[in-house]
Design a protein around this ligand. Sequence first.
Ligand code: SF4
Length: 229
Amino acid sequence: MTFYKKEVFEKFDKALGKVWEELPLAVSHVRISNGNSKMGQVPSVSLLPIYTCPARCKETCATICYAAKIANMRKNVRESYAINTVLADYAKHTFFKEIREFCMGQRFFRWHVSGDFINYDYFVNVVEIAKTAYKCDFMVFTKKWELVNTYVDRGGIIPKNLHILFSGWSDPELKPINPYNFPETQVIKKDMAPNENWKICGGNCYQCGCKGLGCWQAKKGDVIAFYEH
Ligand code: SF4
């Protein structure tokens, strides 16, 4: 099933509409997940998938997006993502303040199990939170490589506790533009053999974090690979 289709977008639109109608932004709070089977005990914040992803995803990863599948199936997940998406765009002070305060007491945090940076200003806030909550390690995958590249082009320094991975795909359209050589991720499609230089995802981000493995320690030139769901 492709998730870049009218019915799925109608569900996402409805969830966004409900936020606008029923939740005054002034009293809304960011929804932080306390982890799941993949993340282990790593808390995370997510946005609506596809909506916040770059247009280049439309014909590629969006067709089999796992996050979109979950958001399509589970109303409570979809509604949490919708609340976060609206807050991040229209009440960003609340959104980033609550995440910053939460992360001050955390060891690990993952941005975007679903979704991507909304815009450049959003990305700058992600960097600033990592600088402030310097005892917490942050992980984020992105297909909006240009936002990160622009930040570095302008002389921005990525803090060591912010682990950014440029998310790739077997389609040439989604080969990361990566002049600063950030670590990348790749999906191993069902008909594909992994490249022998790739590191295969260990399956539990908390354990990787505790052992200093996987994305938390990926370096320039590394590729972390995931089997297609
Ligand atoms: S390699 Fe480890 S840290 Fe990276 S996604 Fe897989 S389980 Fe998570």
